[in-house]
Design a protein around this ligand. Structure first.
Ligand code: UD1
Length: 418
């Protein structure tokens, strides 16, 4: 168990290199099972979600080697299609393997996935999509079992634009016979990135980024070297940190286009933001002004993965804000912890009513999920005095070298063993 000790109040200055996107790397790692040739993913982030996904691939018989910042996955020796319960519980993205494993072996068995405890997070859309491709599914004893002789393309209409279900179906459909059309598909940039990866590996996918994705099945998927996109959520988190602490930072390698809904709100908060080459630069002088409302939505709306960090920011804005969480039921679990730091927030159903005050006060708080944990770190950085953030294994799931990067911007933060 480790914790952060943070002495708040320092302004942040400088440039921070944004890591490769967690939510892009995870489905691409799952996709590596589809080919018997080597897949090289460049600049993988130092985060536990990726390490756990690699552990799962190793359990399936794949060989993985790190070379510098890159990872090479060789799935030619994969010989197992069952994911052990303990590993599946570590990581919700283990469910992405249902599609590729069924495509490769004609079967897959996986325990119900874990991950952040942020609500019900069912997998019905994943399973219904796979059924439409001809997969027989049994749910038994906490396990999902898939079986099929051959996958057949079909039209699939998603009830809601689930990111994971869209990706899982794409990952099975690339090996199906004929054409699959996914309607009401998620439009997140990470899905476009997965399409780029798959096409580089010889698949035929089009339409990602729109609500309709068309996949023509192919017989063979090749090995490929691929650089996934930058992590827009990490970039957003650093920009919100600078907005809360004051100063001027550049998120290097990030695309403003992918988080325009956040940048729009931060400008309303009183920050100056511009993009130059491959940098997003944010400057904050003077007091933050509240934005009246923030509502999480599927892309291109405001991302749920930046909701907690933005709620923390609202706490130190002049005026009141309402933050509405439309995607995950229990994504306000960090609120009682923020209250220990002086936040004035009332949560009713899916809405957090935030009354801004000048500053947070330092306190000892406990991270309870990945993005909620990040929100607590940001609050501590902006707080007056000393804070401790406990249980930082949650932030380690998605933020590589978090404290190093924050220190390089001038923050006073150290990691210590408990
Ligand atoms: C992905 C992201 C996560 C992000 C989320 C929403 C990864 C690894 N994770 O998660 O960081 O917060 O998108 O942008 O990419 N739903 C169902 N049935 C299903 C699947 C989803 O009802 O079978 C519902 C969920 O409960 C939720 C909504 O659909 O309300 C969106 O979830 P989804 O887009 O699937 O999120 P994830 O893929 O789990």
């Amino acid at each position: 168990m480790e914790k952060y000790i943070i002495n708040g109040g320092n302004k942040l200055y400088g440039g921070v290199k944004i890591q490769t996107a967690k939510n892009s790397v995870l489905p691409i790692l799952a996709a590596a099972v589809l080919t018997e040739e080597k897949v090289r993913i460049l600049n993988v982030p130092h985060i536990t979600d990726v390490k756990n996904m690699v552990k799962i691939l190793n359990c399936l018989g794949c060989k993985s080697v790190y070379e510098g910042e890159d990872i090479i996955i060789d799935s030619s020796s994969a010989d197992c299609s069952e994911i052990p319960r303990a590993l599946a519980h570590e990581l919700r993205s283990s469910v992405f393997l249902l599609g590729p494993l069924t495509a490769r072996f004609g079967k897959a068995k996986i325990a119900y996935p874990g991950g952040c405890d942020i609500g019900l997070r069912p997998v019905d859309l994943h399973l219904n999509g796979l059924k439409r491709l001809g997969v027989r599914i049994k749910e038994n004893n906490g396990y999902i079992e898939c079986e099929c002789e051959k996958l057949a393309g079909n039209e699939i209409m998603l009830d809601c634009p689930s990111v994971g279900a869209t990706e899982n179906i794409m990952l099975a459909a690339v090996r199906a016979e004929g054409e699959t059309i996914i309607k009401n598909a998620a439009r997140e940039p990470e899905i476009e990135d997965l399409q780029k990866f798959l096409n580089a590996a010889g698949c035929k996918v089009r339409g990602a980024g729109s609500g309709t994705i068309v996949v023509e099945g192919v017989k063979k998927i090749r090995g490929v070297t691929f650089q996934p996109m930058a992590d827009r959520i990490e970039a957003g988190t650093f920009l919100i940190a600078a907005a809360m602490c004051g100063g001027e930072i550049a998120a290097v390698g990030a695309s403003g286009e992918n988080i325009s809904s956040l940048l729009h709100k931060l400008r309303e908060n009183g920050c100056k933001i511009y993009s130059k080459n491959d940098k997003i630069i944010l400057k904050r002088k003077g007091a933050l002004v509240s934005v009246k409302s923030i509502e999480t939505q599927p892309y291109p709306g405001f991302p749920t993965d930046l909701q907690a960090q933005m709620t923390a920011l609202c706490c130190i804005c002049r005026g009141q804000s309402i933050v509405t969480e439309n995607l995950f039921e229990t994504r306000f679990k960090y609120v009682p912890e923020l209250r220990k730091m002086g936040a004035d927030i009332t949560v009713i159903d899916r809405n957090a009513f935030v009354r801004g005050r000048e500053k947070f006060n330092g306190a000892t708080v406990v991270a309870c999920d990945l993005r909620g944990g990040a929100a607590l770190v940001l609050a501590a950085l902006a707080a007056e005095g000393r804070s401790e953030v406990l249980d930082i294994s949650h932030t380690d799931r998605g933020y590589g070298l978090f404290e190093y990067k924050l220190r390089s911007l001038g923050a006073d933060i150290v990691r210590v063993a408990v």
